[in-house]
Design a protein around this ligand. Sequence first.
Ligand code: FES
Ligand code: FES
Length: 160
Amino acid sequence: MTRISMTVDGVEYDDDVEPRLLLVHYLREQLGLVGTVVGCDTSNCGACTVLLGGKSVKSCTVLAVQADESEVTTIEGLSTDGALHPVQKAFHENHALQCGFCTPGMILAAVDLLGQNPNPSEAEIREGIEGNLCRCTGYQNIVKAVSAAAGASSSTGGSQ
Ligand code: FES
Ligand code: FES
């Protein structure tokens, strides 16, 4: 077992983990943060995406020990005082989800994208979320939502 400590959604954790434990399994099984989901377990779908040090990563490709001393944000830590994050709000308002399984990872990938590029073109949005698969929506409304979140943020001067 290896001792790790990390801040997840603003809460500090110290735990003993098996060195081979994946970050996604640590989040779900040890911390009970089941908003982060497993879609494939083979690094294809992006459903397990979280922010690690502010950058989106597929948490099924990261060992929990690799996130030692880091800050992790999951979909469960994105809202502030009960208010949806602008990207969450835009997904809701633009009907960017059907089953919702891909949504947590898609939103976190979009947050990272908008952090790097606050005003992406449609092509840049499609490229930015290409690692996240959705089997329901055909992507049109997802792209619309990310674009709306970018517009909402630049018109209010807010940041992602
Ligand atoms: S569960 Fe991690 S990429 Fe699919
Ligand atoms: S909404 Fe179902 S997989 Fe994307």
